[in-house]
Design a protein. Structure first.
Length: 155
């Protein structure tokens, strides 16, 4: 069985590298295993606006979502984080492996402005797999909205 994340990034036409590593228990461990700085481990967080309306939010590893900023950007008064089963149903991926590339539904993507201009690593669709991509190329391929949607602090 193939990996939909790898198939998805390949289909996007952007240059990518597959980074395989063992189990990690934190963003710091993930950064070390991937050979990158913590901010370059970009978390793909799934948020729910309504029962069947989700967004992918890309946030640098050293930052957390700013809920007020994200709500203002999306023009909504309420956003929630789905439980693990709902996130998997919405994306096809387990938590810790989620990426917009190859998702079962191409939900809109919001990228924090701080991911631009660097090589980043994203979830690779399986535990211990990451995709290293040029952030600007990924933002363009995903049609992401880029905005200030984070605050300092690791989550």
């Amino acid at each position: 069985m193939g990996n939909p994340a790898i198939d998805g990034v390949a289909a996007s036409g952007i240059v990518y590298r597959i980074v395989e590593h063992g189990p990690v228990r934190s963003l710091t461990e993930a950064a070390a295993a991937r050979g990158v700085a913590v901010p370059d481990v970009v978390k793909t967080i799934v948020v729910r606006l309504a029962d069947d309306d989700f967004r992918f939010v890309l946030v640098p590893g050293d930052r957390v979502i700013s809920w007020p900023k994200l709500r203002a950007l999306l023009g909504v008064s309420r956003i929630s984080m789905p439980d693990a089963a709902t996130a998997k149903q919405a994306t096809g991926y387990e938590r810790g492996t989620i990426t917009p590339f190859g998702s079962t539904t191409a939900w809109p993507v919001v990228a924090d402005e701080r991911v631009r201009g660097r090589e980043i690593t994203l979830g690779g669709g399986a535990h211990g797999v990451a995709l290293a991509v040029d952030a600007d190329a990924a933002i363009a391929a995903l049609g992401a909205t880029v905005a200030d949607v984070s605050d300092p602090g690791e989550a």
